[in-house]
Design a protein around this ligand. Sequence first.
Ligand code: HEM
Length: 156
Amino acid sequence: MNLLSFMMLYLARHPQKVAELRDDPVKLQRSAEEMFRRFPVVSDARMVTRDMEFHGVEMKQGELILLPTALHGLDDKANTCPWDLDFGRKKMAHSTFGQGPHRCAGMHLARMEVIVTLQEWLRAIPEFRLAPDAKPTYQAGIIAAVEGVPLEWTPA
Ligand code: HEM
């Protein structure tokens, strides 16, 4: 839900990106991964189980650490022009679904949800925009959120 909110807000503000998806069903399918890279909503949390040093950082047993997955996919050392939504991106790296043994068990379902949402939305809705009086508000946390994303369009 939160990823879809970020995605729809972006698309409402970038109609040329929507046009790319309307024109090319294959590009639409491939766009899902770029959506996950660009809108990484989850931060992993961990408790340190023993005193240790990790890449020069001292960590003590019992400390809580937050690992924002955004730091990977939006790092310009990992992806060129990381803030751009580029459906033709050749090389891509992100950790939106985490890494290691706890990597998201639902990532394939999540990908399918993005693709089907885009397919069905674009089939039913003509060019759309953010309502002029909209004031989206952002919330940080373990799951980032954006609320207040009213969309408008002119019925065909
Ligand atoms: C935008 C969609 C999603 C994102 C960004 C996402 C992200 C993540 C991340 C980062 C983790 C790792 C958490 C950690 O290491 O502490 C995770 C774990 C998990 N996710 Fe997702 N997820 C998404 C959708 C889903 C869906 C749709 C399902 C199931 C229907 C799901 C089920 C799970 C489960 C069961 C785990 C725990 C795996 C484990 O601990 O072994 N996720 N997810």
